[in-house]
Design a binder for this molecule. Structure first.
Ligand code: SAH
Length: 260
């Protein structure tokens, strides 16, 4: 192959893009757990729970590409180059990511860098934060009575103001916003300007599927204040839609029945 440097063994390693799920090791796929248990080189980001990191054999080489103020943070193109370099040197690389590699995980960019270099890639799906948070908070993302459409949107992306939010949330649909804590107020205002009712129910799920999980509920108009007053920190998801009020509605109904 023209773009592969000569190697002694001629072996090219495989890059495994592995989803680590939202935190709880029980939510790893069996394939991810098997790969981690046999790993020799793991390139991981900062969202991966310590309990999952503990599944990696002691002798394995660990490379953190987590964002850090203390040291130089690798740019995405440098991470891509690292994966390719290690694979071309004959090493299998476990690229471990929070949630699912192909949902706001830049897995697509890493896979493309590998394709371009002739490096084989395997993708192991993970439980994305939306599914992990929905399960942990018992908020169904779809429900025959409330929602038949679910959208996953990044709250922080190139040009939030240019993002077209019209039609993403409303009656009959659920909107899940990743990376939206810092911009929650602006998002709520934009959605209301697009005609969404100020009393549309919302939930904020912080640290989903981790012992420190918090589930906060409110209405769209109060989303910014809720996030600020409760000092919500990343990682957190915002869910907008009637499904977020179902559990509460049931609770209220139970209370009413008990009182009657
Ligand atoms: N690939 C990941 C998403 C990475 S983007 C996935 O599929 O889940 C990072 C964002 O994911 C965070 O800003 C947050 O919005 C969300 N997130 C990740 N883990 C989370 C968790 N345990 N609880 C709540 N939100 C989480």
């Amino acid at each position: 192959m023209s773009n592969s440097p000569p190697q002694d063994s001629g072996r090219i390693g495989t890059v495994y893009l592995v989803g680590a799920g939202p935190g709880d090791p029980d939510l790893l796929t069996l394939r991810a757990a098997r790969l981690l248990a046999a790993a020799e080189l793991v390139v991981h980001d900062g969202l991966v729970d310590p309990a999952i990191m503990a599944m990696i054999p002691a002798g394995a080489r660990l490379v953190s590409v987590a964002k850090s103020r203390a040291r130089h943070t690798l740019q995405q193109h440098e991470i891509n180059a690292l994966l390719v370099r290690e694979a071309l040197a004959g090493h299998d690389v476990i690229r471990l990511k929070g949630g699912d590699p192909f949902v706001f995980g830049r897995g697509g960019e890493e896979a493309e860098a590998c394709y371009a270099a002739g490096v084989p890639v395997q993708v192991v799906p993970g439980v994305s934060a939306a599914m992990g948070a929905a399960a942990a908070a018992q908020i169904p993302l779809t429900h025959r009575e409330n929602a038949s459409i679910v959208s996953f949107v990044a709250g922080q992306c190139k040009g939030l103001s240019e993002q077209n939010w019209a039609g993403l949330a409303g009656v009959g649909r659920t909107l899940v916003i990743y990376m939206g804590v810092a911009t929650s107020e602006a998002i709520a205002e934009k959605l209301m300007a697009d005609g969404l009712a100020p009393d549309m129910p919302v939930a904020v799920i912080e640290n989903a599927a981790r012992p420190s999980m918090r589930v906060l509920r409110g209405a769209l108009a109060g989303l910014g204040a809720l996030v600020e007053e409760q000092k919500v920190k990343s990682p957190a998801l915002i869910v907008i839609g009637e499904v977020t009020a179902r559990e509460r509605a049931q609770e209220l109904q139970k209370i009413a029945e008990t009182a009657a």
